[in-house]
Design a protein around this ligand. Structure first.
Ligand SMILES: *Cc1c(COP(=O)(O)O)cnc(C)c1O
Length: 418
C-alpha cells in the first residue's frame, strides 16, 4: 500500500467531507421548497455576514468581481472616470473598474505589506493630478480624466493601511471601495479612531469573493458587497437583479448578478466556522515563522516572511514568502511532493490585457520586484504542524544551497498573537 504523503497547496476536500451532512441539508431544504433565487436562505446569510463584518448591510451577488463592479457603480463611478488601485492584485480588481466604465490607474505597493503604499498614493494625488478650476475636479495628468475613487486591496489576508488612505480620500473627495476578496475577517486598528475595524467596514463599500478557495468559499461562484450606506445597498440590490426596484419595474439597466439561495445556504453553514478556520490559519502562520526562525539559515539565505504590523490581525488567505531564486525553491518543493503557487507572477500594469494603458517596466518597481520573488506556501486550516515541518525542511535545504544572493530586504517577521 502506498501512502499519499503529498502536501497539496490547498485542501478543499477535508472541510467539505466534514461538513457534508449540513451541506446536504441545505440542498434538501432548497429542493423541497424550490426556493433557488432570493428567499430566506439568502437574507439569512446576508444578515449573518453583515454582522460578521460589522456593517449595516450585505448584498449577496454572483462573484467577487460583480461585487466590486456593482459597488463601484453604486458609489457613482462611471464612464470616463479614473479609479486608483495597485498593480499587485488579481486582475478582477481592474476588470471591475473597467467594466464600471472607468480607467484603472496604479500606485505602487509597500514593500513590507505588499499592499497599497499610502505615500505613493499621496505622491500620485499631489504630483500626478491637478485641480481643474473650471470643473472643480481632480484630473489625472496621465489620462486627462477625473479621478473619483480608490480601490485598496487587502491582499493575502493582510490589510492595506487604511487610516492614511481614508484621510487622503477625504481630502481629495474620493470614494473608497475596499477589495476585501482575500480578507474575510481580517482586522485593522485605526490609530486615528482608536479601535479595531473589520475588513470591509471602512470604505464606502467593500467587495468579498466566496470563490471556493477563499477563506470563506461557496461550493461554486459567489460574492458579496458590504456597506454601511443604505443607498449603496439599495442600488447594489437593483444592479444584481436587472435594475429592478420591483418585479418588472426597471429603474435602470442592471445585470444578472444574483447570489444563488443554495450557495447562500452553504455559506451560512461555513460562516459558523470561519473564525475558527482563520484562527487555525493564524496559528499555522506563526508556526511557519517559528520553523524558519529556528532553521539556522543565514540572514542572506533566509526568505522574507510575511510582515504583520501591530495594527493588523491578518487572516492568512495566503502565506507568501520572498526569495531571490524562486524557481529553485518551487522545484525543490515539487520534488518533495509539496504544492506551491505564485500570487502573482506578472503585475497588472505589465499584463498583455493592459498594453493599451502604456505602462512600462520600471513604472512600479516594488510591485515588479515582489512579482519576481513571491512564492505562496501551503496554507489552510487543516494543515498540520508535521506537514509544515516538511515544507520548511524542503525549503531550508534548498535555500541553504543558494549562494547568498543579495536579499537586501529586511526579513521582517512579526506575526502577533490574535
Ligand atoms: C478572488 C478575487 C477577486 C474576484 O473574485 P471572484 O469571486 O473570483 O470574482 C477579486 N479580487 C481579489 C483580490 C481576489 O482575490
Amino acid at each position: 500500500m502506498t501512502i499519499d504523503d503529498s502536501i497539496p497547496f490547498l485542501d478543499l476536500v477535508t472541510p467539505h467531507r466534514e461538513l457534508e451532512s449540513s451541506l446536504l441539508q441545505v440542498l434538501r431544504s432548497a429542493s423541497r421548497t424550490a426556493a433557488f433565487i432570493g428567499g430566506p436562505m439568502l437574507t439569512d446569510f446576508e444578515e449573518s455576514f453583515a454582522w460578521f463584518c460589522d456593517t449595516r448591510f450585505c448584498v449577496g451577488v454572483s462573484s467577487g468581481t460583480d461585487a466590486l463592479r456593482f459597488a463601484l457603480i453604486a458609489a457613482g463611478v462611471g464612464t470616463g472616470d479614473v479609479v486608483v488601485t495597485v498593480p499587485n492584485t488579481f486582475i478582477a480588481t481592474t476588470e471591475a473598474i473597467s467594466q464600471a466604465g472607468a480607467l484603472p490607474e496604479f500606485v505602487d505597493i509597500d514593500e513590507r505589506t505588499y499592499n497599497m503604499d499610502p505615500n505613493k498614493l499621496k505622491e500620485y494625488l499631489e504630483t500626478r493630478c491637478f485641480h481643474d478650476e473650471k470643473s472643480g475636479k481632480l484630473i489625472s495628468r496621465r489620462s486627462g480624466r477625473p479621478v473619483v475613487g480608490i480601490v485598496p486591496v487587502h491582499l493575502y489576508g493582510q490589510m492595506a493601511d487604511m487610516d492614511p488612505i481614508l484621510s487622503l480620500a477625504e481630502n481629495y473627495g474620493l470614494v473608497v471601495i475596499e477589495d476585501a476578496c482575500q480578507a474575510h475577517g481580517a482586522e485593522y486598528f485605526s490609530r486615528k479612531r482608536n479601535r479595531w475595524f473589520k475588513a470591509g467596514s471602512m470604505g464606502r463599500a467593500a467587495a468579498f469573493s466566496f470563490y471556493p478557495g477563499k477563506n470563506l468559499g461557496a461550493c461554486g461562484e459567489a460574492g458579496a458587497i458590504t456597506t454601511n450606506c443604505e443607498d449603496i445597498a439599495v442600488q447594489a440590490r437593483q444592479l444584481r437583479d436587472h435594475g429592478q426596484s420591483k418585479k418588472y419595474y426597471h429603474d435602470r439597466e442592471g445585470y444578472n448578478g444574483r447570489l444563488d439561495a443554495i450557495q447562500a445556504g452553504f455559506l451560512k453553514v461555513k460562516l459558523t466556522y470561519l473564525s475558527e478556520w482563520n484562527a487555525a490559519r493564524h496559528l499555522a502562520a506563526r508556526h511557519y515563522v517559528d520553523l524558519f526562525e529556528s532553521s539556522h539559515l543565514t540572514l542572506t539565505a533566509a526568505p522574507t516572511l510575511p510582515y504583520e504590523s501591530e495594527w493588523v490581525h491578518a487572516i492568512y488567505h495566503l502565506f507568501v514568502v520572498r526569495v531571490p531564486n524562486r524557481v529553485a525553491l518551487i522545484e525543490e518543493l515539487a520534488a518533495a511532493r509539496i504544492g506551491s503557487a505564485i500570487h502573482y507572477p506578472i503585475p497588472l500594469h505589465l499584463q498583455k490585457a493592459y498594453a493599451n494603458l502604456a505602462y512600462a517596466h520600471g513604472d512600479f518597481p516594488v510591485s515588479e520586484r515582489v512579482a519576481r520573488e513571491v512564492v505562496s506556501l501551503p496554507m489552510y486550516p487543516t494543515l498540520t504542524p508535521k506537514q509544515q515541518a516538511r515544507v520548511v525542511d524542503a525549503a531550508v535545504s534548498c535555500l541553504q544551497r543558494q549562494p547568498g544572493s543579495a536579499s537586501q530586504h529586511l526579513s521582517c517577521n512579526t506575526v502577533h498573537a490574535q
